[in-house]
Design a protein around this ligand. Sequence first.
Ligand code: HEM
Length: 403
Amino acid sequence: MYMAAVEYDPFSLALEDDPYPTYRRLRDEAPLYHSDKWGFWALSRFEDVRNAARDWRTFSSAEGMDIDAPRWAGAGAITDLDPPRHDLLRNVVRNAFQTTNLNTLAPKIQRDTDQLVESFVERGSADLAQELAWALPYLVFFDFMGLPHEPILRKWSDDFRERTEGKEPTQVALDAMENTRRYLADALTDRRKSPRDDLLTEIVNARIDGEPLAQPVIETHSEIVGLCFLLFIAGTDTTAGLIAKALHLLAQHPDQRARLVAHPEQIPGAVEETLRYDTPLQIAARNTTAPVTLHGGTIPNGGRVVLIFGAGNRDDREFDEPDRFDITRNIKRTLAFGEGIHFCLGAPLARLEARIALETVLARIPDYAISGEVQRSSSTVNMRVLWRLPAAFTPRKANVLAS
Ligand code: HEM
């Protein structure tokens, strides 16, 4: 039977429910794929994606990792930088992600989670995506940076993902980005005047090779603001996607959920499997700095290459029965947080948030059932994230609640 050659268009695929059959065909039939329509190349096999992500010299990030509006995060966005500047800026914030700091943050995350869950639990129904999965990472980000819980930042963040049909940020998006940058610039300026024991203060006082990172006047498009802006966008909808998807998958697999209710110590395994099974950050782009020959084809120097983490994580060359969701899978490695020098700084924080969210939900509303239409977010094309997850439940008695 004649079968048309596989076609991969991430812009239309982002709106479809199931990209995974296309990914399978890419891996099997076109492991080095070229899109005539968009002019990029794509890698989809686990090993190919991993090798490219580890080889930053050949696969440069300097042209930006987003495929719709490259470099929209601006100067200071370490995802869009190569060494040496990448490493110097990454070092400024690296310590904040160390275990000791996250251990200090954990009780706050638990308190935020308890408050969110308690705000809807007696109602017997809630949108678990909006009211928990999306709400929590913003609160955690504010705690993490040392910002007050600030609803307007959430609103701007929703706005700045808006794109025109031509995939450019809309005016609403541009204004929201500018407002967020201004907010962060003001907060940094404030911390310089009145230092506190928080990450913003640490960043504003940072020195690189003896030079202050912050200019005397902190401009909205400076590196230092871009660094904070990147932390904001990198840490919120990714983590929202992870939590919402984990809740969705567990509702669809009640036997596995029952296992977690009985054995909450297995929740970290469920988090890893969710990251593998439906990777929140599906793709990241690179540009080659030399010709690369692979699978009988050649990517020319300067070629735009899309690394499909979401496809690599379903590769049967790496995982047994990759299309089966199984929380008991013993996962040694995935591509969900990238690889190499850009490996996600926030991975331990995202895992911590997801663990606490799942523990809390499974202790308080273990019988939740999907009660309406599940919707995906039209967030950037690099992402695969749920936006609405309506659920109904009967609350269990709370055991311990933070005061
Ligand atoms: C489930 C949640 C998350 C996922 C799936 C995720 C995924 C990723 C991936 C795949 C990359 C590499 C991008 C590339 O190679 O071009 C990355 C980088 C990054 N992530 Fe995350 N991330 C998550 C949560 C977070 C959080 C909570 C934070 C911080 C608050 C964060 C901060 C960063 C930063 C700063 C980078 C850039 C690292 C670098 O370029 O050196 N991420 N993330």
